[in-house]
Design a protein around this ligand. Structure first.
Ligand code: F6P
Length: 441
């Protein structure tokens, strides 16, 4: 029976692949068939129901090398751009892309775009990358080819790709970058060009839809944990000590939640997904007072996007990527906590740590170096096979192909009723509601 529904995770292709892969002979066991697909929702009942209705359950293509390629590797020119804020693992990804393209497929020319999308429209922004150029790159953090926020008009970026006869384009970035990649791919299609656009999911925020773990996140959790440990050492060494740590993550609380869970040292974790009140009964001040009373000190982890309602009425503007700027919740909390306990006649000794740029500028740890390398290999295989307008995803432990259209208008956020958040509540001992409804700790 033919399926009636269209899979929203269908991947665009530039055309039929007809070129035998140079990988097919040396490593036939690693080849992935197009029919190998991963269920988006891995539960038996919905899949059975869909099949009973004559529909196919939603599935992702699995990433991996294909038997047939769209591009003849010997003629390929590839370009890589890193965009947005830096993140551990960018240089590992650049190296893996360069080595995978040149050594595995024999691609003769790979370029790095200097300073991301902004550079893509500037003359002379493409620099040649080879094995020697990238050899030692992962030893340092940041990105060896530079990055930027925002983008020039899409037509100018595609002009550059066309002028340099680029066949494969790999934008590496977070949700803003991948939105830009969708526009670039659409402009390429509008002009009838044959350029594969395959993105790689980078961000310490871990907020990209259909990507369970972006590269950089794991290292960020470990380094954020160091800051929480320091805050705990400070707070627990003095009378009525409070250690306050602010972590990045923009509108998502994954970094704060995961590092709180991993260290087990925080008494409170505040994330953007869950509003809190300061001075209501059962609010943050109340709970802090009780915790200090009980154990002599307290550690508070706050995600930068938490408590933004406390800045209501202030127009903070947007950054060059168009993201709304955030009010500094760390500074506000330090000031208000100090003020509150001073006024209550029970002053606290509060030590505020903001490790944001220390965390994201570090070189990748082992897990991110490996994850980024695997994502890069998945991106190369997909692009060589002629797939386009997609990002390499990570879902149920597998690398997948995710159409860029599936990301549009979506955001990944901590679920207040999900396993991660319940585990955070368990480790901190904080209540589900902090002052928004009456609660007891
Ligand atoms: O998205 C990555 C990120 O590090 C966010 O966590 C943070 O809000 C933002 O970038 C800050 O970037 P910058 O200060 O470079 O504009």
């Amino acid at each position: 029976m033919a399926a009636r529904n269209a899979n929203p995770f269908r991947i665009e292709r530039l055309g039929e692949p007809t070129v035998p892969s140079p990988l097919a002979v040396p490593s036939p066991d690693t080849l992935v068939e197009d029919s190998e697909r991963l269920l988006v929702h891995p539960y038996l009942e919905p899949a059975r129901d869909a099949l009973a209705r004559g529909e196919l359950p939603e599935t992702f293509e699995l990433a991996g090398p294909r038997q047939l390629l769209y591009f003849d590797p010997a003629r390929v020119r590839a370009a890589i751009a890193t965009c947005g804020g830096i993140c551990p693992g960018l240089n590992d990804v650049i190296r893996a892309l360069v080595l995978g393209l040149t050594r595995r497929y024999g691609v003769p020319e790979v370029f790095g775009v200097r300073h991301g999308y902004q550079g893509l429209a500037a003359p002379g922004s493409l620099v040649r990358l080879d094995a020697e150029a990238v050899a030692l790159a992962p030893a340092r953090g940041g990105t060896m080819i530079g990055t930027s926020r925002g983008a020039p008009p899409v037509a100018e970026m595609v002009d550059t790709l066309a002028a340099h006869r680029i066949d494969l384009f790999f934008p590496v970035g977070g949700d803003g970058t991948l939105r830009g990649a969708l526009e670039i791919a659409a402009e390429i299609a509008r002009r009838g060009l044959e350029i594969a656009v395959v993105g790689l999911p980078k961000t310490i925020d871990n907020d990209i839809p259909w990507v369970r773990r972006s590269f950089g996140f794991e290292t960020a959790v470990r380094l954020a944990g160091d800051a929480i440990r320091s805050a705990h050492n400070e707070a627990s060494s003095v009378r009525r000590g409070i250690g306050l740590v602010k972590l990045m993550g923009r509108h998502a609380g994954y970094l704060a939640a995961a590092s709180t869970l991993a260290t087990g040292l925080a008494d409170f974790c505040l994330v953007p997904e869950i509003p809190f009140a300061l001075d209501d009964e059962g609010g943050l001040f109340d709970l802090l007072a009780r915790r200090i009373e009980r154990q002599g000190h307290a550690v508070l982890v706050v995600a930068e996007g938490a408590g933004q309602e406390l800045f209501a009425g202030q127009d903070l503007g947007t950054d060059a990527s168009g993201n709304p700027k955030l009010g500094d919740i760390g500074v506000l909390l330090k000031r208000e906590i100090d003020r509150h306990f001073e006024a209550a006649g029970a002053p606290v000794s509060i030590k505020y740590i903001d490790p944001s740029y220390l965390v994201r500028s570090a070189p990748a740890g082992t897990a991110d170096a490996l994850h980024g390398t695997r994502l890069a290999h998945g991106a190369i295989h997909a692009a060589m096979s002629g797939r386009t307008s997609m990002v390499v995803g990570y879902w149920h432990g597998q690398l997948t192909h995710v159409p860029l259209t599936a990301l549009a208008g979506q955001s990944r956020r901590v679920n207040p009723h999900g396993e991660l958040w319940w585990s955070v509540l368990e480790t901190t001992g904080q209540p589900l509601e902090i002052g928004i409804q009456r609660s007891a700790s």
